[in-house]
Design a protein around this ligand. Structure first.
Ligand SMILES: [Zn+2]
Length: 128
């Protein structure tokens, strides 16, 4: 069954959102506004629930979660990208992988990629 596309304005979604990414828990005609990111269905068809409604068995607690979710505003793709960049920069600074003086952005990107490759190859050896 195809999922119903949601009204971005009603669900505080960014206007360019496809409108499917909201928790599917409903109580008395009200639907949760939190991101629906968890499902027991491994096929990808849902139903999708937020981390609070996932596995929730208590309808009263479920209704309280919906009430708390009403003012939740979903981030825009630009906000999601900015947060990912911020975390990446913060992590690179933490491990000392900052851009060297006179290093071109391309050379810095190659050095970061090489560092990740080495780190990943070590992780694979440990797992094997
Ligand atoms: Zn929910």
């Amino acid at each position: 069954m195809a999922r119903k596309k949601l009204d971005p304005q009603e669900f505080n979604l960014p206007s360019q959102s496809v409108g499917y990414s909201v928790c599917e828990w409903e109580t008395d005609g009200h639907r949760c506004r939190y991101p629906g990111s968890m499902s027991t269905n491994m096929g990808g068809t849902g139903p999708w629930y937020c981390r609070l409604h996932y596995g929730c068995k208590d309808p009263i607690f479920g209704a309280q979660i919906i009430q708390a979710s009403m003012d939740y505003k979903h981030p825009t793709p630009e906000e999601i990208d900015a947060e990912a960049r911020r975390k990446s920069t913060e992590y690179c600074q933490k491990i000392g992988m900052t851009r060297r003086e006179n290093e071109s952005p391309e050379a810095y990107a190659i050095r970061r990629k090489q560092w990740l490759k080495e780190k990943f190859s070590t992780a694979l050896k440990v797992a094997a």
